[in-house]
Design a protein around this ligand. Sequence first.
Ligand code: NDP
Length: 476
Amino acid sequence: MNMSNQRRFYIDGEWVDPVEPGDLEVINPATEKPVATISLGSAADINLAVDAARRAFESYATTTPADRLDLLQNILTIYKRRYDEMAELISLELGAPISMSQRSQAACGTGHLEGFLAAFEKLELRQQLENGDTLIREPVGVCGLITPWNWPVNQIALKVLPALAVGCTSVLKPSELTPLSAILYAEILHEAGVPQGVFNLVNGEGPIAGAALSRHPDVNMMSFTGSTRAGVAVTRDAAETVKKVTLELGGKSPNILFADADVEKAVKRGVFGVFYNSGQSCNAPTRMLVERSIYQNVLQIAKKTGESQQIGDPAEPGRHIGPVVSELQFDRIQSLINAGVDEGATVLVGGPGKPNGFDTGYYVRPTIFYDVNNDMRIAREEIFGPVLSIIPFENEDEAISIANDTPYGLAAYLETGDDEKAERVAGKLRAGQVYINGTECAYGSPFGGYKTSGLGREGGLFGLEDFLEIKAVSRP
Ligand code: NDP
């Protein structure tokens, strides 16, 4: 990353100073020390970026799909060249361990690109309807993109790439906690030849820069990922000018372990699945629902597994987990761990406070609660830290009922050796993705939630369609 770009925004194909200076230090969560200084944008910066995107839309919307495919291919080439740099920045600003950042965080940038390239070839922009009319799909226009810090490039790729692919122009406001990966991403797009004004980047805070984007009359669509609270704020702000809004929000995903599962494997992947990325994943399997007949066995395996989780410096290679992203997140997680204790859940592993030997850095003790009741706060609220709640159930109906008894509906996991049961239960879970026996949905599959987990889908063909308007044309 070019250091001189840190305090600047990328608007109309150039790196420009903010209208009014407003410095913010980017903190390395492992050392609590600043690693960069960025600028916080205001409504004036957002206005400039939206104006550039609006001007660029006129010509970019008329480019051919083949032109845009070439552009995506160029981005892929340059992203691959700057891959290690991306992994290092994500590790620095988020605290993601470098091995994991290399293997997973940065890999989302290439994975989603390949997913969209494959989907784009299948997208029918013009179709003859059976009634004789023609259906035409057109880019929705100028898009406001707001992304969080937990999987920074994943979220940026899921929004910027489909917008570019279908002919939209955009303004990105990433989380100010992880702005460095976004700055590098903008440099990659510039180098790949994205035309002037087609993509713009303004750093800033949600309630100021984010709200200005959501309210802007020249923005046609908002695509947001983050907390349900902020998603509601974006929706309200966008309502006045009747924008299309897509939302990818929180989750409290159930992980149902039936007695006929491969119990040892199921518990291990369930526990490590919650601790991965220090628990900062919206689709983490945070409620483990366990059939009563295997409950004691599961607790034993969970204890051993939880205690084996290593914690370490994100700069060091290895399979450890790092800190959480900020002091604010650390405090939120601590207050929920304390709520679990106060409400009567039993600590199996971990608990409040910092792990031994980690006084500096926002490190959280990997924690497992058991005898959790689904009404407790630790079963209802998104904790966004390495905290697992184990809840027993008596039979299949009760498992489904507890699984669906949540305001969220992003993902659901189930573990069973019975294929028919897997099919039957998957069909009854109110969630946007269901993962059976440790499988993951591939790049290109739709990702998004039911209920308060969101609106719309990201990734692949469905993710492209969200950035399109539909026009019906009739002829005599
Ligand atoms: P937020 O939802 O506040 O942040 C996500 C993004 O939204 C950021 O870019 C943020 O900017 C922006 N934002 C915040 N408020 C507004 C607003 N009024 N208008 C427009 N944009 C806005 O998440 P937090 O960082 O506060 O984390 C809180 C909790 O949210 C976590 O504990 C977790 O439970 C959940 N979360 C869920 C995520 C998911 O992927 N589902 C991702 C991140 C968090 P800014 O950073 O300046 O506030």
